[in-house]
Design a protein. Structure first.
Length: 298
């Protein structure tokens, strides 16, 4: 728990540092961005109203674990410590500009957090003639997925570079496991069941958490899609820190890194729509007291 607290503190410190640097950069960049993106007096520029898009990504899940068994599941493992796996994330996103440097947004996505935890141990066993050292493997494969909701804040320290951060709330969709203990070596011994594996169980993870809470921090870069107005590609890298456990009473949480790309469509309004042009006919109101042209002979 102490290590987890230190890691969370580091994440928060990094976020604070990035936002501070970004705020300093905004002093230099902000005026230009205001003039280009938000000024209604500039002919030919666009005002960003909102964005919608799709996200696809790979997730490198890291299991932070320290437990010997799942609740109610027999196991001879001394301790599971760490593991992980690779999953995918697919979802939709919405963004709303707040001002020239800040936006707010949200994502709803499917997140696969599957992976495995395993450990090996050595044990003296009798092979029928003598005592030998056997290598045993204990393994749990977890099938985990969540429907996640990610409200976030976006900050642009320089043009096209975006920093984002916020909580991630996950609703459990799947939470299953398979478990086994196997003899890796030597090859001539068996368990009491005359097999090279035992303690094989599967099913729903006992006491699995229905809600997961993470803290997410990331960076992306916007690349306009040439030839398609209003469409932007955004490669991004983000990391998350799990604040909740996979199952009640089990010291097992999930952190990781997500690498992906978003395709965003931007709804824009041309600022030239608010400005008069030379072709616009202007009609002046009459001046009080004026009765018409005056001149000699009038």
């Amino acid at each position: 728990m102490r290590v987890a607290s230190i890691n969370l503190f580091r994440c928060l410190s990094l976020l604070s540092l990035l936002l501070l640097l970004g705020e300093r950069s905004a002093i230099l960049y902000g005026q230009d961005r205001d003039t280009i993106a938000l000024s209604a007096d500039t002919v030919g520029t666009n005002l960003l109203l909102w964005r919608v898009g799709l996200l696809t990504a790979l997730q490198f899940n890291r299991y932070d674990a320290s437990f010997s068994k799942l609740p109610g599941v027999p196991s001879c493992c001394p301790e599971y410590r760490g593991g992980g796996g690779i999953g995918v994330a697919l979802g939709g996103t919405f963004e709303l500009p707040f001002n020239s440097q800040w936006s707010v947004g949200g994502r709803i996505s499917y997140s696969n957090l599957s992976g495995s935890v395993q450990t090996e141990e050595s044990e003296l066993v009798y092979d029928g003639t003598r005592s030998v050292e056997a290598t045993l493997e204990h393994q749990i494969n977890a099938s985990l997925s969540r429907l996640t909701v990610e409200p976030f804040a976006l900050f642009y320290p320089i043009q096209n570079l975006r920093l984002f951060a916020g909580p991630r709330l996950g609703i459990g969709l799947a939470s299953h496991f398979t478990q086994a203990e196997r003899i890796l070596s030597p090859g001539n011994i068996r368990y009491e069941n005359d097999r090279r594996s035992r303690n094989e169980y599967s099913g729903a993870i006992p006491g699995s958490s229905s809600i997961g809470v993470d803290f997410l921090l990331g960076v992306g870069y916007e690349l306009p899609w040439k030839g398609i107005d209003g469409v932007t590609l955004v490669p991004e890298v983000s990391g998350w820190y799990g604040l909740t456990k996979v199952a009640e009473g089990v010291d097992w949480s999930i952190h990781g890194v997500r690498v992906g790309v978003s395709v965003l469509y931007s709804k824009q309004r041309s600022t030239s729509d608010t400005i008069g042009s030379d072709d616009t006919e202007t009609i002046l109101p009459p001046v009080e007291g004026a009765t018409g042209p005056t001149g000699a002979g009038g």
